[in-house]
Ligand binder design. Structure first.
Ligand SMILES: C[S@@+](CC[C@H](N)C(=O)[O-])C[C@H]1O[C@@H](n2cnc3c(N)ncnc32)[C@H](O)[C@@H]1O
Length: 387
């Protein structure tokens, strides 16, 4: 047999082309990343095993310089690099935040800081970080209404709700923005515009990590759990990986430890949580290929459409489901219908004589014990904002 025609050669070629397809293009030579590394070094960030790169499937992310062992700390970001509400309080905005009543939410404090620092441009000490942040986001909240209209039904409704919430967030923050006028020579309306706040909101929502801080009087009661983590926030999501990520109180660093090994020059992923593609699109503006949590949402309209129209109890049944918050989040996953969908269908298919006696209460959804969730790799390291 000719050299290179055998099974081993074919496997080797396939492996090579696969690794070539997923190979990233090094971006660490770019001026913005050189500046960022210098900035991080000044804040005591040790050189890492990771470098910024662009990947064919996932876009910009981090690539391993060397092979990584399971359990290895891959990134350890000192507290001084984190952007938190403490950063805001210590800044020129601190006095304005502290005296504002009713107290500001931690999220608004972070967003205000981001907008103000972006506006400061070259004068901002955070410039090297701000320079690598996306200029625009792909989350549905940023899409034109005509584009949102093309989304499938449950997602469309959620995208609209999200847009309304962000618009309300802006409207309710305007008086606070006006109070900042003494800090700026330009009109605050031009600086803290809707588009500027939307950019800041998406920055926090898509990139912040979870770092819990105690409640402080100068902030409202909403949880203060978001921190922006420069460089570390270049890590993309893969539903299949396991990582341990948390703020280490001893080292005072935010650390990420791999749950599995990774070969040299491969993209290094973390897991933002066990999210289905609808949630990933809504919160992060992308969908994941081969997502084990992917599912199809079944709306009320679809349910009713395929059930007998002669059922006189239908309205009553729907109202029970609504009262028990059962009409939303009904899904088909890889394993078939979810427990919620099955329970809903059971109720909707009851004959007149079985209803309502057998349904005084809807059953409670079974839950995995927390220990099991962790074993299954469902530890959610990425934050969630509370809007
Ligand atoms: C924490 S940032 C990760 C770094 C980001 N790719 C960048 O260039 O700054 C999260 C954003 O990265 C993108 N992203 C993360 N994981 C992805 C994936 N598996 N596929 C495509 N885009 C992804 C999404 O735009 C998401 O909102």
């Amino acid at each position: 047999m000719k050299k290179g025609r055998g099974r081993t050669s074919r496997i080797r070629r396939r492996k090579l082309s696969k690794s070539f397809e997923s190979r990233g293009v090094n971006e660490s030579y770019k001026p913005e990343f050189i500046q960022l590394r210098k900035w991080l070094k000044d804040r005591k960030f040790e050189d890492t095993n990771l470098i910024p790169a662009s990947f064919p499937g996932t876009g910009r992310g981090l690539m391993s310089k060397t092979s990584l062992r399971e359990g290895q700390v891959i990134i350890s970001l000192p507290e001084s690099c984190l952007l938190t509400t403490d950063t805001v309080i210590r800044s020129y905005l601190g006095a304005y935040v502290a005296k504002w009543r009713p107290p500001l939410s931690p999220l608004l404090a972070l967003c205000t800081f981001l907008v103000a620092e972006k506006h400061a441009g070259d004068r901002s000490p955070w410039k090297p970080y701000l320079e690598i942040l996306p200029k625009a986001y792909t989350c549905p909240v940023c899409l034109e209404p005509e584009v949102v209209n093309l989304l499938p039904q449950p997602l469309k409704a959620k995208a609209r709700e999200q847009r309304i919430r962000v618009q309300e967030f802006f409207t309710s923050s305007r008086d606070f923005f006006s109070s900042l006028q003494p800090l700026f020579s330009e009109a605050v309306e031009g600086i803290f515009s809707y588009s500027a706040l939307l950019w800041a909101w998406c920055t926090v929502n898509t990139r912040a990590v979870y770092v819990k801080r105690g409640q402080r009087q100068c902030f409202s009661a909403e949880p203060d759990t978001c921190a922006l983590a420069p460089y570390l926030d270049l890590l993309n999501h893969s539903p299949g990986v396991q990582v341990k990520a948390a703020f280490n109180e001893e080292t005072r660093c935010y650390e990420i430890r791999t749950g599995s090994s990774c070969r040299r020059h491969e993209e290094v992923f973390i897991c933002y949580g066990p999210h289905d593609n609808q949630r990933l699109l809504l919160e992060y503006g992308f969908v994941a290929a081969r997502n084990p949590h992917a599912c199809v949402y079944v709306s009320q309209d679809i349910l009713v459409k395929y059930l007998p129209s002669t059922d006189k109890q239908m309205n009553k049944k729907i109202s029970i489901l609504k009262d028990h918050d059962f009409i939303e989040n009904l899904t088909f996953g890889w394993d078939g219908p979810s427990w919620r969908l099955l329970t809903t269908l059971k109720l909707l298919c009851l004959e007149a004589e079985e209803f309502p006696q057998s349904w005084p209460h809807l059953p409670t959804e079974p839950r995995f014990p927390v220990g099991l969730r962790v074993q299954m790799g469902m530890t959610c390291m990425w934050k969630k904002t509370s809007l």
